[in-house]
Ligand binder design. Structure first.
Ligand code: UGA
Length: 402
């Protein structure tokens, strides 16, 4: 098929590459010239395992352009533009503007919205533009984005235009995933409910970690393990640490809470999950200072800059929060990351050994499994904020009493 993709962020680019790899031709539209020129020369615009090779293998099936008119003879188009928050509420201007452009340049082509949008957006789009879209929310995770797109756990398709829905059903058939066909509103809310639930699960285990820290003999990882064998609970997203960051959970939880408030049905549980998450960095640094003394004047080595492992994405990264907060408490901070070598405002060190050796305190801020293989023998103090090191390697671990 010939498929259009508008917006080449994480979701758009991964979707385009995977669909091309499945034998489709893709026309990929973005407004960012710098991004387009990189992609046209086969250079990926983000770090994601397997992405660079897959892009290289499929370049002849992919067109990167800012010209919407190239989409006119596509059989289907995905909209995957950002939906950032403005004053805590979702800003849909990029979605509206993309759909308006599609109406002008590719009239009649079935459109699916992959961007995360609040319930009612598809019907607002129809009111604003006259275009009836299919809602096809995305559930991929950064760091395992290709695998998640090829093997999703479900495909959600919302919309009342059976013909359009069936086009997108055909596109995703190769995944063999169960398909939920429903209303636009249900599809839109399934996405928020899923992210809000996972974020709440993380905040739950993080509060449990705080409790474990007060109970000698308790270890939050063992509590999570014991809970996770129960199939109703499941072991996933029960890793205590610095809390959730990234471009999705912080933004989406905030957007759904303010949306729920506007309907006088406030999601107070999700609101609490946000508040618990906001206290993670302060709580953990307080704990370090109460055991090892003020960090003022000390040299801190932070391991990991991204919001999670296997990505170079620093958006709403808890590492950045640790760095900023440590600096404001008077520490000098140097940073090592396995894939990020330069980052605005950060003093990056390329050799982790040097970073560890030269510091007073080492803080693990991102859950890269490879950090467990580092040599900490020269370190004075090691803090495992992500609970990833083998027992005995750290002087303080999240969710364990001292
Ligand atoms: C998340 C969802 O998991 C995806 O299903 C969804 O498609 C995506 O948001 C989105 O809305 O686009 P992502 O943000 O890429 O994916 O990353 P996650 O793996 O969910 O991690 C989010 C944050 O939670 C990270 O900061 C991670 O460190 C933290 N986390 C995750 C924990 O602290 N503990 C855990 O047990 C799991």
């Amino acid at each position: 098929m010939k498929i259009g993709i508008v917006g080449l962020g994480y979701v758009g680019l991964v979707t385009a590459i995977v669909l091309s790899n499945e034998g489709n031709q893709t026309i990929c539209v973005d407004i960012d010239e710098n991004k387009l020129s990189k992609l046209n020369s086969g250079v990926p615009t983000l770090y994601e395992p397997g992405l660079a090779d897959m892009l290289k293998e499929n370049t002849e099936k992919m067109t990167f352009t800012k010209d919407y008119s190239l989409l006119k003879d596509c059989e289907a188009i995905f909209v995957a533009v950002p939906t950032p928050n403005k004053d805590g509420r979702i800003n849909l201007e990029y979605v509206y503007s993309a759909v308006k452009s599609l109406k002008n340049h590719a009239p009649g082509v079935p459109v699916a919205v992959k961007s995360t949008v609040i319930p009612g957006t598809a019907s607002e789009i129809y009111k604003e533009t006259g275009v009836r879209v299919v809602s096809n929310p995305e559930f991929l995770r950064e760091g395992s984005a290709i695998n998640d797109t090829v093997h999703p756990e479900r495909i959600v398709l919302g919309g009342d235009q059976a013909e359009s829905v069936s086009v997108f059903k055909k596109i995703w058939k190769f995944t063999n995933a169960p398909v939920i066909e429903t209303t636009n509103e249900n599809a839109e809310l399934i996405k928020y409910a899923s992210n809000a639930f996972l974020a709440t699960k993380i905040s739950f285990i993080n509060e449990m970690a705080n409790l474990c820290e007060r109970i000698p003999g308790c270890d939050v990882d063992i509590i999570a393990k014991g809970m996770g064998y129960d199939k109703r609970i499941a072991p996933y997203f029960l890793k205590a640490g610095l809390g959730f960051g990234g471009s999705c959970f912080p933004k989406d939880t905030q957007a759904i809470v303010s949306y729920s408030e506007s309907l006088d049905a406030k999601l107070s549980l999700v609101d609490s999950a946000i508040k618990v998450n906001e206290r993670r960095v302060g709580h953990n640094l307080d704990r370090v200072e109460s055991k090892f003394g003020k960090i003022n004047g000390k040299k801190v080595c932070v391991l990991g800059a991204a919001f999670k492992d296997n990505t170079d994405d620093i958006r709403s990264s808890k590492s950045y929060e640790i760095i900023t907060e440590s600096r404001s408490r008077g520490a000098e901070v140097v940073v090592y990351d396995p894939v990020i070598t330069e980052s605005p405002g950060l003093k990056m060190i390329e050799d982790p050994k040097k970073c560890i050796e030269e510091s007073d305190i080492v803080m693990i801020a991102t859950e890269w499994p490879s950090f467990n293989g580092l040599d900490f023998s020269s370190a004075k103090v090691v803090i495992d904020f992500r609970g990833i090191l083998d027992t005995g390697k750290a002087n303080m671990v999240v969710g364990k009493s001292e």
